[in-house]
Ligand binder design. Structure first.
Ligand code: SF4
Length: 316
């Protein structure tokens, strides 16, 4: 089995087709600690940009993957287990990958560091940038994103506005709604005003569909999502899946792969089955022993059942 340290997938994604994920920061380093985060609580909240993973190792691993794996990929996505723009050499990574493949590069970012000129310059080299905008008022921003204390909603919005002025590629803005947190009419109005200034090419509306970091983070229903979509207008669409941090698939050892995937985020049997390309019945045969051994925990959320890896363990 080939070990991949920085890559996961390819992941089927509604927004990006088949996307190969590239993890630029270790779990779970982020500028935010979002209440809905599906990959767990932030363990290192920071604004410090540095070379969290070695540039050359990432580029070489991408090169090896493309040479060895005969799979079609629509996008290479810089995202993963935290905020990718915290990597101080993200630009070198984008340029290095562009030197070995013409597959377009997407950056999935929370957008919090775009107030920095250097980050705006770094992302100019991406083909598509997918930033978040979950709140515009300070109150909702602090409640939903729980940002590093050096950040503010105003600064974050201004960063997005400035980036739009210089970036010629596609900007797909994602807004994730949590019931009672960022879905008031006054918040929606502020968002619309901000969106008019940011001028994204598309607006992707999402809600909590996988077990969140905080159990009290609750989703909107379809009708409420439709109402918000109509309010934002033609460029807005509801994205039915949660792919802000896509999950990985493809490895030969099924149990290890299941645990590797579930360590990143809890998933339902169907999601796991789709991601790994393994029928649900077969997956269940592998999962049951892992539940009995205490390696996997079963969690209910809404009407769905999710599986979650308990901690780092060795498969015997
Ligand atoms: S959802 Fe993304 S931005 Fe929010 S805490 Fe998780 S990794 Fe960070």
């Amino acid at each position: 089995m080939k070990r991949r340290q920085y890559l996961y997938g390819p992941v089927p994604s509604r927004r990006l087709g088949r996307s190969l994920g590239i993890d630029l920061v270790p779990h779970k380093i982020c500028t935010y600690d979002c209440i809905y985060c599906q990959i767990g609580k932030t363990t290192q909240k920071t604004l410090v940009r540095k070379e969290y993973v070695p540039v050359m190792e990432v580029i070489e691993e991408v090169g090896r993957f493309l040479k060895e794996e005969a799979v079609s990929i629509d996008y290479l996505s810089l995202s993963g287990s935290g905020e990718p723009t915290l990597h101080s050499k993200i630009r070198s990574i984008i340029e290095g990958i562009k030197g070995i493949t013409s597959i377009p590069i997407a950056v999935i970012t929370n957008g919090s560091l775009l107030y920095l000129e250097e980050v705006r310059q770094d992302l100019l080299y991406a083909d598509v940038v997918l930033p978040s905008l979950d709140a515009v008022s300070s109150e909702a921003f602090l409640k939903i994103n729980r940002p590093d204390e050096g950040l503010s909603a105003e600064r974050m919005v201004e960063g997005l506005v400035q980036f739009r002025k210089i970036y010629k590629g596609q900007i797909w803005l994602e807004i994730l709604f949590c019931r009672g947190v960022n879905d008031s009419q006054s918040e929606l109005t502020l968002m619309k005003e901000a969106i008019d200034r940011i001028m994204p090419d598309q607006i992707h509306i999402n809600t909590v569909v996988r077990p969140p970091s905080e159990r009290w983070a609750a989703p909107l229903n379809r009708k409420e999502m439709e109402r918000i979509r109509a309010f934002f207008g033609e460029t807005a669409m509801i994205i039915s899946e949660f792919d802000r941090h896509p999950f990985p698939l493809t490895e030969r050892d099924i149990k290890e792969e299941i645990l590797k995937i579930l360590r990143r985020r809890p998933l339902s049997l169907n999601d796991l089955s789709k991601g790994m390309g393994i029928p649900t019945e077969e997956l269940e045969r592998h999962i049951q022993p892992l539940i009995l051994k205490g390696n996997i925990e079963v969690r209910s959320f809404g009407e769905s059942v999710f599986y979650e890896a308990v901690k780092e363990i060795q498969i015997s």
